[in-house]
Design a protein around this ligand. Structure first.
Ligand code: LLP
Length: 417
């Protein structure tokens, strides 16, 4: 459920017309709905209300500090994967005790920053990382709370680039090795074992892979308890998919929550989850304007001003994003919606029946609130789009459009060697 719909033929975000935002703020433009963000967060907290739970929103998905602040004010914690994400989370008002730190390559400076911040736990992804955390904690004279990210070797049946819980993936530690690492961690002088974690992939549209994964981890938790190693937090990761197109029917958070609770509640752990896309994905759109149309040999090209540098998902994962005309039309056309970048892979939609669009008209690329702006770049020296948040009939710019000067920030010409 999201808050982008036609009202009297005009596509609106909540009560604001996208055509007005586009005319006022220019295109390409990322537009986010406040009500959709909070509604999705509430769906997760509601789904887990019968057990101790902590929703750690995955910052990588949409890390604008206004988006983060909206979610933190409504009770969310944060799942971070870098020092930069920790910085953003803190700027946006995150409670350090609700931050979990995942990622296979945490550097010493990042570990130090997180220890000084006093985060909830590190999701440790390798034996060497565990030793590094212990050493940095010793240097600082603190104890480091850790959980081990277990790679359960479960197929999430999603795009290969976003599968993370298979043996062949770089993430986490296999179950048997994890058992040894828990024993090692329990003996380290500066580490407290507090949790267990997994994250098997993203855009998962079935319940079974999640349940298969947590079943495997549950067995390990019970074994570890017998050895006197207690686990307080059970982090199930993120990964719940969203309906990018009508054929996608991912489970609702309530169904997902119920299945996980049924499986895990007898452990008495606090359930931690790291949803990202399911919160922010459908809470945003990318608005563009048609620059030209041109008739190709066998199809029409709609050339817009939104490109793969703004939203890379169609190019990188062949991802489907809905395309709507901002002024409703019932006419359609078989076309590619492309951007101006010098790559054939630069498209928002390919070989699709699209709304008929003419030069000067605005369109919205749907479900672009997650992994949209955060994966954007300046390729072809294109300034990044502005971002705007809508709440009811009000809107606020939450990131200014980049300027040409921004493009060369920090660069220098060498006058003399
Ligand atoms: N936790 C960890 C440790 C993660 O690595 C991720 C996503 C999440 C949580 C959040 O997953 P979500 O709930 O959003 O599925 N760029 C790709 C997706 C990459 C996912 C990376 N990890 C895309 O645009 O589809």
């Amino acid at each position: 459920m999201h808050h982008f719909k036609y009202v009297e033929g005009e596509l609106c975000c909540e009560e604001v017309k996208l055509s007005e935002l586009a005319a006022e703020l220019g295109t390409p433009l990322y537009c986010y709905s406040h009500a959709t963000l909070t509604r999705h967060l509430d769906a997760f907290t509601g789904a887990f209300a019968t057990v101790d739970n902590l929703v750690c929103y995955s910052v990588k998905v949409n890390s604008n500090i206004a988006v983060l602040n909206t979610l933190f004010k409504n009770g969310a914690g944060a799942d971070i994967v870098s020092g930069g994400e920790l910085f953003r989370a803190l700027k946006a008002g995150a409670d350090p005790k609700k931050i979990v730190f995942s990622g296979v390559g945490k550097r010493e400076d990042e570990i130090k920053y997180a220890l000084e911040t006093g985060i909830l736990m590190f999701n440790v992804e390798s034996p060497l990382e565990l030793l590094t955390i212990d050493r940095v904690a010793a240097q600082l004279g603190v104890r480091a709370p850790v959980s081990i990210r277990v790679n359960p070797d479960v197929d999430p049946r999603t795009h290969a680039y976003i599968s993370t819980g298979l043996k062949k993936n770089k993430f986490g530690i296999g179950i048997e090795r994890a058992r040894l690492e828990y024993r090692a961690a329990a003996k380290l002088a500066n580490v407290d074992v507090v949790g267990i974690d997994c994250h098997i992939g993203s855009q998962i549209t079935e319940i079974e892979p999640f349940i298969d994964a947590v079943k495997r981890l549950k067995k390990l938790v019970l074994d570890l308890r017998e050895e006197g190693i207690g686990i307080k937090y059970f982090d199930v990761g993120g990964g719940l998919g969203i309906p990018y197109e009508e054929v996608d029917t991912p489970p609702h958070p309530t169904e997902y929550g119920k299945a996980l609770i049924d499986e895990l509640q007898d452990l008495g752990c606090t359930l931690v989850m790291e949803p990202g896309r399911a919160i922010a994905g459908n809470a945003g759109v990318l608005v563009g304007r048609v620059v030209y149309t041109k008739e190709g040999e066998d199809k029409r090209f709609i050339i817009g001003d939104a490109a793969m540098n703004d939203l890379i998902r169609p190019s990188l994962y062949s991802a489907y994003h809905g395309v709507l005309a901002v002024k409703k039309t019932d006419e359609t056309q078989f076309a590619d919606l492309v951007g101006p970048i010098c790559e054939s892979g630069d498209f928002m939609a390919k070989d699709r029946e699209l709304p008929r669009l003419e030069a000067g008209e605005f369109f919205a690329v749907m479900s672009a609130g997650g992994y949209g702006f955060t994966m954007s770049s300046n390729y072809n020296s294109r300034p990044r789009p502005a971002e705007v948040m809508v709440k009811g009939d009000k809107y606020k710019v939450i990131r200014e459009r980049e300027s040409y000067e921004d493009l060369i920030k920090g660069e220098t010409i060498i006058e003399e060697w």
